[in-house]
Write a protein of this length. Structure first.
Length: 282
């Protein structure tokens, strides 16, 4: 979900993938229009004195802009169609929902369109990349995040987690948690104030020693899921699980027992509410 020089997009992929993406987004648009039409007709029939709200065409712009973007672009998302469909199948049943995405890129319009009417927030490490992406998608909601970890520290951060009381599940908090290096302690208030139904982890960069790595994103997603007060599970998607660090941290904090699906380089976890989880993360 980040800039091409980082790790992401593959410009010359098969047009079949682009067509499939446009089809997925088009399906979302068709269903949303059908639901709106059915809802309006039901209101009209149930009470002829009620005024049917005017359809605001702007509400459909998110899906339409996404279709136009992918139909006219040779640059496509990093995830393949099978990986995308796993998240799509969850989002179409949860939309509108609170959807938190670690990463911003040419696939962001797609993710936002899958959650039409919901709240989708993108967290990105590179302010210049945020500016680049928002030029094509000014309607996207994105915030810049500073990470205090490096990929080269991944092993020692596991030991830090085991020794640092502020990292333990007994405390399990993020905002202002300066003691636990894995806690994302300086995120925008919106991240802390909302409960996230779906979390996608496809950033930050994690393929060279000085990169932030995804250790803190994975730990923090686990904390958010465990602190959920609402009903239902938290869906967490982690990409690039073929890499050592992503796999180790997923098994440490997101847990094999909550892994419900996976294809290629994507894993899907369903983390239950706090009353149904043990004192340890896994």
């Amino acid at each position: 979900m980040q800039k091409q020089s980082h790790r992401h997009l593959k410009p010359e992929k098969s047009w079949c993938v682009i067509i499939a993406l446009v089809g997925l987004i088009g399906g979302v648009l068709f269903l949303s229009m059908f639901v709106k039409t059915w809802s309006s007709n039901w209101i009209l029939c149930s009470n002829s004195n009620n005024k049917v709200p005017k359809y605001d065409g702007k509400k459909g712009n998110l899906e339409l802009d996404a279709i136009l973007h992918y139909a006219t672009s040779r640059v496509i998302p990093q995830q393949n169609i099978d990986e995308i469909r796993i998240s799509f199948d969850v989002l179409k049943n949860r939309t509108p929902c609170n959807f938190l995405v670690f990463g911003l890129g040419h696939d962001s319009q797609m993710w936002a369109s899958f959650n039409s009417g919901g709240n989708t927030l993108f967290l990105e490490e590179d302010p210049k990349w945020v500016e680049t992406i928002l030029k094509d998608g000014p309607f996207l909601h994105a915030e810049t995040v500073k990470y205090r970890t490096m990929l080269s520290e991944a092993d020692e951060l596991v030991e830090h987690y085991r020794k640092e009381p502020d990292c333990s599940t007994k405390k399990s908090f993020l905002r202002g948690n300066h003691g636990c290096k894995l806690a994302l302690d300086m995120l925008p208030d919106e991240v802390y104030d909302k409960e996230w139904d779906v979390i996608m982890i496809d950033a930050p960069r994690g393929y060279f020693a000085e990169a932030p790595g995804r250790m803190a994103a994975i730990y923090s997603a686990a904390v958010m899921a465990r602190n959920r007060k609402g009903k239902g599970v938290t869906h967490v998607f982690l990409h690039d699980v073929d890499r050592k660090v992503e796999k180790i941290y997923a098994e440490l904090f997101l847990c094999r027992k909550y892994l419900v699906n996976g294809v290629a380089r994507l894993w899907h976890f369903e983390i239950p509410p706090p009353s149904n989880v043990a004192n340890n993360f896994c």
